[in-house]
Design a protein around this ligand. Sequence first.
Ligand SMILES: *[C@@H]1O[C@H](CO)[C@@H](O)[C@H](O)[C@H]1NC(C)=O
Ligand SMILES: *[C@@H]1O[C@H](CO)[C@@H](O)[C@H](O)[C@H]1NC(C)=O
Ligand SMILES: *[C@@H]1O[C@H](CO)[C@@H](O)[C@H](O)[C@H]1NC(C)=O
Ligand SMILES: *[C@@H]1O[C@H](CO)[C@@H](O)[C@H](O)[C@H]1NC(C)=O
Ligand SMILES: *[C@@H]1O[C@H](CO)[C@@H](O)[C@H](O)[C@H]1NC(C)=O
Length: 420
Amino acid sequence: MAKFIFRVFLAVILLFLSNRVNGKANFKDVEEKLKQLNKPAVKTIQSEDGDIIDCVEIYKQPAFDHPALRNHVIQMKPSFDLKELKINSKNESSKLTVFQTWQKSGSCPEGTVSIRRIRRENLLRANSAQQFGRKPQEVVLKSNTTIEHKDGQSPFFNNTKFSMPTIVNRSAATLVTVGYNYIGAKADINVWNPNVESEDEFTTAQIWLKAGPGDNFESLESGWMVNPQLYGDKKTRFFAHWTKDSYKTTGCFDLHCSGFVQTSSKVAFGGALEPVSTEFGQQYYINVGIFMDPNTNNWWLKIKEDLIIGYWPASSLLFYLNHSSTIVEWGGQVYSPKVKKSPHTKTGMGSGQFAWGLQGNACYMDNIAIVDFSMQLKYPQWVDTWVDEEYCYTAYNYQEGYGTLPVFYFGGPGQNYNCP
Ligand SMILES: *[C@@H]1O[C@H](CO)[C@@H](O)[C@H](O)[C@H]1NC(C)=O
Ligand SMILES: *[C@@H]1O[C@H](CO)[C@@H](O)[C@H](O)[C@H]1NC(C)=O
Ligand SMILES: *[C@@H]1O[C@H](CO)[C@@H](O)[C@H](O)[C@H]1NC(C)=O
Ligand SMILES: *[C@@H]1O[C@H](CO)[C@@H](O)[C@H](O)[C@H]1NC(C)=O
Ligand SMILES: *[C@@H]1O[C@H](CO)[C@@H](O)[C@H](O)[C@H]1NC(C)=O
């Protein structure tokens, strides 16, 4: 009885806290959402960084909550073999891949997938349980006009000016390619830990594969991110995101909604990456690739040459991307209510240094490649850089010498003398 009263008391306190202190997510919604998100584990791994990794039976993962995936039969591995082209001959020895902190504390058994547990605190930080784990909607400043950017410059492809939308609360520095149908894209993404000023902001280094109309596009994304509201700290973490309506009502980060089908027991979305690169010190990277399986239309995601995480089943989940992507972007994005205005946010992008700092100073992406229907990895024919606020974050596609492929550098500190 005493125990029961204590529990009721605890529940009342929690209810009070969730409503009063946060005034955001509703208590009942949070409990329901937690139950729905965290599947029963056959094994649990306590990571030294505080994360809990649940090893969930592969057929009990969140994907099966999706109405279109109830009877989905998991494809355990890609039906194709993409020969990795090492198209850049950079100093491989000085480039080391990173791993996830939790992997030091154990591994998930075969037949399971590794999923980072979502905690009550994570959900309480969200604006609502429904909104939890989703990217804020992209609101284009003037959707039907060709925007003349105050600071930015429009990219050129095939002698044609391409207009990029100006998006509220977001600032990007990217390398863009259009003009063909893409069924894959990859890059080695240099890993850093830039500053994020406040909890409602985040910064990414990622790849986007998009298709569909500008106000309702589909997008598959992956890379690293610092996102305190989502993850509860300022560590650099591996993430993925998808949407089929430009972030309006569908899709989410990681496995925070159903859609992505995980096959790996070795990597967990949202797991912290370490070590991270240091200025003029050792550089670390992740090898992110997203490739469509021509036989199943599943878009496979991998993080290392041979480490496949799973796939987005496009034939059930997506429409335009069920065929191909028509625009690929590589680079960084800062989400903050304090971009495109003054005082500007101090949230950094990339390493927090401008692109012209180059190797060891700025964040890079190299071994950039796309795949077209020839199923060959190649450097895209037309690429151009794009920045929203050139005094805050920059982009520089740098070609070291004749015959070498460019390395894309991007990032910046946010607020500085020229970006007040
Ligand atoms: C390439 O790697 C070698 C061996 O680690 C090192 O001595 C050299 O300085 C590196 N060169 C560059 C350009 O980083
Ligand atoms: C943009 O949309 C508004 C209202 O929908 C319309 O009045 C205006 O003519 C459009 N502008 C262009 C350039 O299409
Ligand atoms: C490039 O531009 C030329 C001339 O405008 C056009 O004929 C061609 O279709 C374009 N190529 C692509 C892939 O868009
Ligand atoms: C995706 O494309 C396949 C053929 O490639 C087709 O069978 C399937 O119905 C399509 N799915 C959607 C959602 O359009
Ligand atoms: C931009 O951020 C502010 C502050 O968080 C928010 O109130 C507003 O709705 C956001 N606007 C858009 C279009 O996302």
